[in-house]
Every structure is written in C-alpha cells, then in structure tokens.
Design a protein around this ligand. Structure first.
Ligand code: 5GP
Length: 132
C-alpha cells in the first residue's frame, strides 16, 4: 500500500505544499514543532533515507537546502534546523524547523495551528521559494 506521503504527492490527501519539482516535494508538517516546520521528501517511495540511491539522496539534500532558504526568508528565525528522525512514516523525509533556540527542535512537543495560519505560512514559504 502507498505511504501516506505518496498519497500526499499524488493529491489523494491534501497538504500545505511549499515546493515541488519532478523528483521532490515539500509540505508543512501537520503537527509542527514550530510554525513553518516543513517535511521534504523524494517522490520515490523509499522507507529509509540512507537506502536512497546516491543521486536521489544528493538531490533531496540540495532541494532541502533551497527549501530551508525559503523558510528562513519567510519565517522569523535565527536558523533552520534539519533532522532525520522518527519511525512513524515509512517514507524517507527530512524535517526542516525554524529555530530561535536549540530547544525549538524538540520533537516531543507538537502543536496544531489553525488552517488559516498553516495556509498563510505555506504561501509565504512558497512565495520565497519561487524567487530562488
Ligand atoms: P517521523 O516519521 O519523522 O517520526 O514523523 C513523521 C512526521 O510526519 C511527523 O512529524 C508527523 O506530524 C508528520 N505527519 C504524519 N502524517 C502526516 C500527514 O498526513 N500530513 C502531514 N503534513 N504530516 C504528517
């Protein structure tokens, strides 16, 4: 069965998309640890990030770099943190989290933001991404 992230890429499940190209997709985490918390994934469904072929792995990290630049421009933060953690969704993903302090990368603390706020954040990041 397709992963929940593949279903998002295919448009079967809605997402707050911030960026996409032919191989990669970036969207807001539904339970962000900070506003602007974004997931970057390969469209190819592979569970473990270090099982990706070298070209896809390198492409994913470069795509994440560009998304991080867009987040930094759109969301007030000192830096954008990057993490590969968790066992929940069996589809490789990089977390990008806007940080004011190291404690902002606490993945035990999830929030739920109103849809209007999620939409505004996604549009702001997408707008910055389009300028890069
Ligand atoms: P991990 O596998 O790294 O522990 O976490 C998976 C992440 O995906 C979590 O932060 C969770 O909030 C997020 N997530 C799980 N299901 C969905 C979904 O359907 N939509 C979105 N946007 N994020 C999801």
């Amino acid at each position: 069965m397709a992963s929940i992230f593949t279903r998002i890429v295919n448009g079967e499940i809605p997402s707050y998309k911030v960026a996409e190209d032919d191989r990669f997709y970036a969207f807001l985490d539904i339970n962000p640890v900070q506003p602007g918390h974004t997931l970057v994934i390969p469209k190819q469904e592979v569970d473990y990030i270090f099982d990706l072929d070298n070209d896809t792995y390198a492409g994913l990290t470069l795509f994440a770099k560009k998304v991080a630049e867009a987040i930094k421009a759109a969301v007030t933060c000192r830096k954008v943190g990057m993490a590969v953690i968790g066992l929940e969704v069996p589809h490789a993903h990089i977390h990008l989290v806007p940080m004011q302090a190291e404690k902002d990368m606490d993945f035990a603390r999830h929030a739920e933001l109103p849809a209007s706020e999620m939409t505004a954040i996604a549009e702001a990041i997408a707008g910055q991404f389009a300028k890069l």
